[in-house]
Ligand binder design. Structure first.
Ligand code: NCD
Length: 359
């Protein structure tokens, strides 16, 4: 299994400011226990070996869950654990898939669905809110508009007498590692394991889309991947991501012409405009109409290409495409439940008994 030499214990020595100023790679190395991932905060924590292990685990969990006896067995695995889903930003599928993943594994989940419903609305600091959650649970699954609070919570918990894992379910515009995990799991299923060498067109709000950054990092585990980033000029790739691609010698091009790239792509990853991060309604001035996929585009796509979208969609992905065999986004959504169940089972060290399960 993927091993790391550094561990959680190192964190106790680092004040927050010092920890926070470390590079992403250095930070990611801390969130391991007994050489295995303990907190899931960044997509760069996943290497290929771990990804392939989680695909296998996920396939096995969905297979076991098909029968009553199998589901009953799964639901005993972690029936002594509790989870809190703290979602301060809107969510339908990430929330539901995590909640259902907990149910499949027998974990009792409770939730706070907005900061307005937590004592943050009474002026409590985000740190105190997560400290309170820490007292009531064995696992925190957190989505927050503050891009740092997931890692801050993990840093806090790991310095306490009772470290509990934290899973990042979306940190502001920065990261969404488990979305990237379900995206690559979907590609693994769609291409029967053959993701190496594929060309992926990432389309839309590249500047503020957290799924774009996380999926770019996650796909860099594969050989010879080529990215085509297509966006309006106002929403091009953030500099750090461009630098990451250059540093890792990953092939990429940037364009504002969707039509020209359709023929080249094996994967189309469409995203909506992230106008919740507007400062002054600036999205209103952007012409997003050329960055959507319509029925008339289908004839230009490769026969075996795959269309993904993290959802929710607006006008950028026509529902007329839903029944095309290349539309994988509804399957992508359900894959989220199983791969998230696999991740939780892995973090709680249940993988071996699941993989050894015989019906
Ligand atoms: C994405 C997100 O929250 O970043 N949605 C999701 O988790 N499925 C994409 C989006 O909201 O545009």
């Amino acid at each position: 299994m993927p091993a790391k030499n550094l561990s959680l214990s190192g964190i106790t020595k680092l004040p927050w400011d010092e920890f926070y100023s470390l590079s992403l790679n250095a930070k990611a190395d801390f969130f391991y226990k007994d050489s295995l991932m303990f907190d899931c905060l960044y997509s760069s924590q996943f290497n290929r070996k771990l990804l392939e292990y989680l695909y296998k685990l996920s396939d096995k969990i969905r297979f076991i869950a098909q029968t009553k006896s199998g589901l009953d067995w799964l639901q005993k695995l972690l029936s002594h654990k509790r989870a809190v889903l703290y979602f301060s930003q809107p969510s339908t599928r990430t929330y539901l898939s995590f909640n259902n993943a907990c149910q499949v594994l027998g974990i009792q989940a409770s939730d706070i669905r907005s900061s307005g419903a937590s004592s943050e609305a009474k002026g409590e600091s985000q740190e105190d809110t997560v400290e309170t959650i820490h007292s009531y649970t064995d696992l925190l699954i957190i989505r927050h508009s503050n891009e740092n609070i997931a890692e801050k919570a993990a840093w806090m918990f790991n310095r306490s007498d009772n470290p509990i894992p934290v899973i990042n379910a979306g940190s502001g515009p920065l990261e969404h590692p488990t979305q990237a995990l379900l995206d690559v799991y979907t590609l693994h299923r769609a291409f029967k394991g053959r993701i190496d060498g594929k060309t992926i067109a990432m389309i839309g709000d590249l500047k503020r889309g957290r799924t774009i950054r996380s999926l770019t990092h996650m796909l860099s585990n594969y050989k010879n991947i080529k990215f085509i980033y297509i966006s309006p000029s106002e929403l091009t790739l953030p500099d750090d991501l461009r630098q990451y691609l250059v540093k890792h010698k990953i092939k990429f091009e940037e364009s504002n012409n969707l039509e020209r790239s359709l023929k080249k792509a094996d994967i189309l990853y469409i995203t909506r405009i992230q106008d919740e991060y507007d400062k002054k309604n600036e999205s209103k001035k952007i012409d997003y109409s050329k960055f959507g996929l319509k029925k008339e585009h289908l004839k230009h796509l490769k026969k075996n290409s795959i269309i993904l979208h993290p959802l929710p969609r607006r006008g950028e992905l026509s529902s007329e495409i839903d029944h095309d065999s290349r539309a994988w986004y509804w399957k992508q959504e359900i894959n989220g439940l199983w791969i998230r169940a696999a991740l939780i089972a892995f973090i709680f060290k249940q993988s071996k008994s699941i993989l050894n399960y015989k019906s």
